[in-house]
Write a protein that binds this ligand. Structure first.
Ligand SMILES: [Zn+2]
Length: 232
């Protein structure tokens, strides 16, 4: 009998943070992102919030790998806490891998963790899943969307992205590749939707540099500006 593809969000839906999506088919599981959440105002004494890993711990022998879309805390921040419980190889682009490396050192997990660097355009297999990294724009470099070729069809998980025609770093989002995959057929598109309810377009990251220049212009020392803004 044909297996079913299971897509399980352990966080990141209807909230900002705790992004973690599980893909399961037969005996194979892959994890996309492993982020932390930020505590609400009423969570006194709580510094970080992590997803509930119970399902992954119960099925740890099935986990073929963890793939990360980018290096923001809400996508990689909970990774050390998962790796304490399960041992699975981790795949990320160069900047994301460097940020993860710091966390692994901090948590004493560097020795036992396989961390592999992949670039946009790279394709690799994890169990029955074929993984492809696709370059996208975001407020941090080296961000990718991920195409997952499953036995029943292709799924795309965008991660955080924007369409920035004048990116600060690297090329524009690889719309051509996304279009190609779309033409071949995609059974599910899991798209980031932060701010989707706001109409209009996102401004280019390049405009942020201009704003920084305005803010820092005439500022001779760090404390001066800090004091003025915090009201101390
Ligand atoms: Zn992000």
């Amino acid at each position: 009998m044909r297996e079913k593809l299971k897509i399980i969000a352990l966080g990141g839906l209807n909230e900002i943070g705790k992004n973690l999506t599980v893909f399961e088919y037969g005996n194979d599981i892959i994890v996309v992102d492993c982020g932390l959440g930020f505590p609400d105002d009423d969570m006194y004494g709580v510094d970080i919030v992590i997803p509930d890993f119970t399902y992954l711990i119960r099925n740890k022998d099935k986990i073929r790998g963890i793939v990360l879309t980018h290096g923001h805390e809400d996508h990689i921040g909970a990774l050390p806490y998962l790796l304490r419980e399960v041992n699975a190889p981790v795949f990320a682009t160069p900047l994301t891998a460097a940020l993860i490396g710091l966390k692994l050192n901090e948590h004493g997990l560097r020795e036992k963790t396989v961390l592999e660097v992949k670039k946009p355009g790279d394709k690799f297999k994890l169990g029955c899943f074929g993984i492809e990294f696709i370059h996208v724009n975001h407020s941090i470099p080296d961000t990718v969307s991920i195409a997952i070729k499953t036995p029943i069809g292709t799924v795309i998980i965008t991660g955080d992205f924007k369409i920035d025609t004048t990116p600060v770093h690297g090329d524009m989002i690889d719309l051509a590749r996304l279009g190609e995959l779309g033409k071949k057929g995609v059974i599910a598109l899991l798209s980031d939707s932060t701010n989707v309810e706001k109409s209009g377009y996102s401004i280019s990251e390049r405009t942020i540099g201009e704003r920084f220049d305005e803010l820092f212009d005439g500022c001779n020392e760090r404390r001066t500006r800090c004091f003025r803004h915090t009201g101390f």
